[in-house]
Design a protein around this ligand. Structure first.
Ligand SMILES: *Cc1c(COP(=O)(O)O)cnc(C)c1O
Length: 400
């Protein structure tokens, strides 16, 4: 490779850290046992799994018995939501409260439940990308089975008032689930202080491996199986455990939590430098609240551009970014998240998400700040929409 790659797509996935890789290797080699086996090789694997569970529980401030390993964030979301819905329905409760800008793992589960007779209220997240606890409180009805609101958004990085929403749910006796995939390992998350009943985590968003995650489920809350089979994970998730993944995830999370303060300070500095640099481009706007956002998230719209073109031109310059969520790049529909904060289709289409890691440097940020204006100019140069904006035929949405 001749050109250095600048990777700023850490909300899609992160590179595994050396710590996560070296924690994992013994469990791919010599410690290969099945934790269900009674012999020594199996029991060593079981100890490793218990250790990983304890470490993760400590980071989330819960009991290890409240941690269930899954294949990732999507599975955890599916299991949590479906379980709470089905158990609510048993008591005649078939209403769910959520938001318009959840991850597809949540939204598509909810859509399916709607087809099965559940009713879902999707709360507005407003122009700043934040829902309020009062709005959640007003949406809760006597037949509400579940509130599911994401901790931090994967596209615009906005952080929700989770502990307040949790307090509302607790007071009203409604199960509260949060997709915390973008939050855990990045900002402080404490399931007790935040009044969370169920929470989804994914390892590959904090430099752990792909294909492993965790569902936290508060003790006493019924949890239905999603994958049926053996009695692994206290009978709640069948399948021979991914020991190497679990151990590696625990190492990555422990490291992320221990270094969180230091890293977020660094990231916020880089983030704000990048935001300030890019907002110098005429007719650009930051999407999502300026301060109530993840330390590593930058999401900016450039009027009169088209996200995919921006991405390809940046890629040619060695910059790996995203135009929305990775899941939407295959479709032509603009991001549902950007539409949910009130952006018109054309503006949502011309958006760039840059999500940093602590490995990024000031020099890399400055390189991006130098290259993006050129790329934006090139894309605007071939855009008839931009011509119409320039000639006044179409009114600007974004101020200069
Ligand atoms: C990445 C992501 C998921 C999905 O996690 P996987 O482990 O990839 O299944 C769910 N929710 C959010 C907010 C995410 O960013």
């Amino acid at each position: 490779m001749t050109k250095k790659t600048i990777y700023v797509d850490n909300a899609a996935t992160t590179a595994m850290s050396d710590i996560a890789i070296s924690a994992m290797t013994p469990y791919l080699k010599e410690v290969y046992g099945n934790p269900s086996s009674l012999h020594t090789v199996g029991q060593i694997a079981k100890e490793a799994l218990d250790g990983a569970r304890a470490k993760i529980a400590k980071c989330l401030n819960c009991d290890p018995k409240e941690i269930y390993f899954t294949s990732g964030g999507s599975e955890a979301d599916n299991q949590a939501i479906r379980s709470a819905a089905v158990n609510g329905a048993k008591k005649g409760k078939k209403h769910i409260v959520s938001t318009a800008f959840e991850h597809h793992a949540v939204l598509h589960t909810l859509k399916k439940l709607e087809k099965e007779g559940f009713e879902v209220t999707y709360l507005d997240v407003h122009a700043n990308g934040i829902v309020t606890a009062d709005e959640v409180a007003s949406a809760i009805r006597p037949d509400t089975a579940l509130v599911t609101v994401m901790y931090a958004n994967n596209e615009i990085g906005t952080i929700q008032p989770i502990s307040e929403i949790g307090a509302v749910c607790k007071q009203k006796g409604v199960v509260f689930h949060t997709d915390a995939v973008q939050a855990v390992g990045h900002i402080p998350v404490d399931v007790k202080a935040d009044n969370i009943d169920m929470l989804s985590v994914s390892a590959h968003k904090f430099h752990g491996p792909k294909g492993v995650g965790v569902l936290y489920c508060r003790r006493g809350l019924p949890l239905n199986t999603f994958i049926d089979g053996g009695m692994q994970e206290r009978g709640k998730r069948a399948g021979t455990e991914n020991i190497a993944g679990a151990v590696s995830m625990a190492a990555a999370l422990e490291y992320a939590c221990e270094n969180m303060q230091k890293n977020s300070k660094k990231l916020i500095k880089l983030r704000d430098r990048l935001i300030d640099g890019l907002l110098k481009i005429p007719y650009s706007r930051l999407n999502g609240d300026k301060t109530k956002r993840l330390p590593n998230n930058v999401n900016i719209s450039f009027e009169g551009t088209e996200g995919e073109s921006l991405l390809l031109l940046l890629d040619a310059k060695g910059i790996c970014a995203s135009s929305g969520s990775a899941c939407t790049t295959a479709s032509l529909e603009p991001s549902h998240v950007l539409l949910s904060i009130g952006l018109p289709h054309e503006i949502a289409h011309g958006s760039l998400r840059l999500t940093l890691s602590a490995e990024n440097t000031e020099d890399e940020i400055d390189y991006i700040i130098k290259e993006v204006p050129e790329v934006v100019d090139r894309v605007r140069g071939i855009s008839s929409f931009w011509d119409d904006l320039q000639s006044g035929k179409i009114k600007h949405f974004i101020e200069k």
